[in-house]
Design a protein around this ligand. Structure first.
Ligand code: APR
Length: 234
């Protein structure tokens, strides 16, 4: 039996690295050959929407080819066995959903959704977005953008996330470099509300806030922690 009652797990790009998807900060500061400011800011989209669309079309295609790995599957299994479990993800791929996670807060949006800058509706994307794509809701041409939270924009679900962090007794961060706020500050919030805090990551990072740091690849350390240390069932 797991000794914790209320679990909050935060994931970042590292959990999907074992499914073959590129992380943001492990490739010499470039993300698939682009500087982040070139493709992941509202200014970038204003300047060159065609480039931003091409970039996210390629990311969407890569995510569709990838499969959830043992770490994604483990978190879905842990959720099923828990009374109170919330998964917060910075990832925009849908590998958690495909592994079976349900109680998921995608704070940086979703690759397979678009948002209309005219009518603000959010719709699923079934084909590549271009500067000519027409909104399925209001029929405006050229008004669709990826439903991704870019640098300089407010992450989604923040009120709910804050409430969860303040009430949890275990906070686990997986595969995230802890460099992008507000997610990087979640450990501090959970800890100041007496949660036990654990980091599972390829490297230790400089974040010394965590009570425990376990290093290794997500597909190995996540199942080892939840099944072997916390006694969840495989
Ligand atoms: N298993 C576990 N951890 C891994 C693995 C792996 N196989 N491979 C890499 N990592 C770790 C890296 O060591 C790094 O600490 O995952 C972390 C990935 O960090 P980032 O690339 O910075 O990704 P993330 O923390 O999710 O970035 C946060 O920044 O660009 C924005 O909006 C974007 O959501 C993203 C946010």
């Amino acid at each position: 039996m797991c000794q914790y009652q209320k679990l909050v797990v935060l994931t970042g790009a590292g959990i999907s690295a074992d499914s073959g998807l590129a992380t943001f900060r492990d490739g010499g500061g470039l993300w698939e050959n682009h500087r982040i400011e070139e493709v992941a800011t509202p200014e970038a989209f204003d300047r060159n929407p065609a480039l931003v669309h091409r970039f996210y079309n390629a990311r969407r295609e890569a995510a569709a080819q990838a499969e959830p790995n043992a770490a994604h599957q483990c978190l879905a299994a842990v959720e099923q066995q828990s009374k109170d479990f919330v998964l917060i993800s910075q990832n925009v791929d849908n590998l958690h959903q495909r592994a079976g996670s349900k109680n998921l807060l995608s704070m940086h949006g979703q690759l397979n959704e678009c948002r209309c800058i005219q009518c603000h509706s959010i719709n699923e994307i079934h084909q590549d977005l271009t500067v000519e794509s027409v909104c399925p809701n209001c029929q405006s041409p050229g008004s669709l953008r990826p439903n991704i939270v870019w640098f300089g924009e407010m992450p989604l679900h923040m009120d709910e996330i804050m409430a969860q962090l303040m009430g949890c007794d275990l906070f686990v961060a997986i595969g995230t470099s802890g460099t992008v706020y507000p997610a990087a500050g979640f450990v501090e919030i959970a800890k100041s509300h007496q949660a036990h805090t654990v980091m599972l990551n390829l490297d230790g990072t400089d974040n010394t806030m965590f009570d425990e740091v376990i290093t290794g690849q997500a597909f190995e350390v996540v199942p080892a922690y939840f099944y072997d240390e916390l006694d969840f069932k495989r």
